[in-house]
Design a protein around this ligand. Structure first.
Ligand SMILES: Nc1ncnc2c1ncn2[C@@H]1O[C@H](COP(=O)(O)OP(=O)(O)OP(=O)(O)O)[C@@H](O)[C@H]1O
Ligand SMILES: [Mg+2]
Length: 254
């Protein structure tokens, strides 16, 4: 079992989109996947057709350190099992800020996650206690990033946070790579920013994944219709790119 945190404190860089598509890609290969929605916005949960407002048992139970079983928390989806964001999750960032809660997700996974091949953690656009929970629990980090300078700007700070987590309880945490999302490789601007992205990756001891996720309208449509990209538009660029990314991920994880 491997735990993957999908993280970038910059908002709207396709963390949730990547979490869902990777879960779908791995599930299609017959692997057992659990996704945990660690974002109070509940976007990953919404993509599976569930509204956090109506969910009483979910990720907040893990963060409170409650003794809960898989069966009590998981929802079955076409892209594997999901522990949804629930009505109380949004308040957790504030409630747990001064509590020794950094390792609760890690402990819960150690006790309950053994039957999965991969556990994917979707995180909020902030480096608070929820993101720290993800980093403490993870074996690997994937950093989705758009090809613009603002998205790259925060990666240094993210790297500092990762370094701190490595020193304080999770020494084997590895940055698997930076994933370029909403990519339009034809423009000169993108070429320039891709070079900058590669420099940034080198500075933090990682690489940019070979696979780039192209800008793709079908991804937005699929989300609107509550389907994953492979179900909704299997021949779209989005499906092709996330399939290729799933393969690249599986090669790297070994
Ligand atoms: N390859 C793509 N092509 C077109 N639109 C995309 C693509 N990937 C993501 N999007 C869109 O970009 C927006 C942001 O994506 P997403 O919600 O996955 O980002 P996020 O990093 O999880 O955001 P947040 O920080 O708020 O959690 C969404 O509207 C999504 O539909
Ligand atoms: Mg998100």
């Amino acid at each position: 079992m491997k735990v993957i945190a999908i993280i970038n404190q910059k908002g709207g860089v396709a963390k949730t989109t990547t979490a869902q598509a990777l879960a779908a890609g791995l599930t299609r290969k017959g692997l057992r996947v659990l996704s945990i929605d660690l974002d109070g916005q509940g976007n990953l949960t919404l993509l599976s057709g569930h509204d956090k407002a109506t969910i009483s048992a979910g990720t907040s139970d893990i963060l409170k350190g409650k003794a809960t079983t898989l069966d009590q928390l998981t929802i079955s989806t076409p892209q594997g099992d999901l522990i949804p964001a629930d009505a109380e999750l949004a308040a957790m960032e504030r409630e747990l800020a001064n509590q020794p809660a950094a390792e609760r997700t890690k402990k819960w996974i150690a006790a309950n996650g053994g039957s999965y091949d991969y556990i994917l953690l979707d995180t909020p656009p902030a480096l608070g206690i929820l993101a720290i929970n993800a980093l403490m629990a993870a074996d690997y980090v994937i950093i989705p990033t758009q090809a613009d300078i603002f998205s790259l700007q925060g990666i240094g700070q993210l790297y500092q946070t990762i370094a701190t987590v490595k020193q304080n309880g999770n020494p084997s945490l590895q940055i698997m790579g930076i994933l370029a999302t909403r990519y339009n490789g034809r423009t000169n601007l993108t070429k320039k920013i891709t070079a900058t992205m590669e420099d940034t990756a080198a500075q933090i001891g990682t690489r940019v994944f070979n696979t780039k996720i192209r800008e793709c309208t079908a991804i937005k449509e699929a989300q609107t219709f509550g389907r994953n990209i492979f179900e909704y538009a299997p021949k779209s660029n989005g499906a092709i790119d996330y399939e290729q990314f799933t393969d690249e991920f599986m090669k790297d994880v070994r």
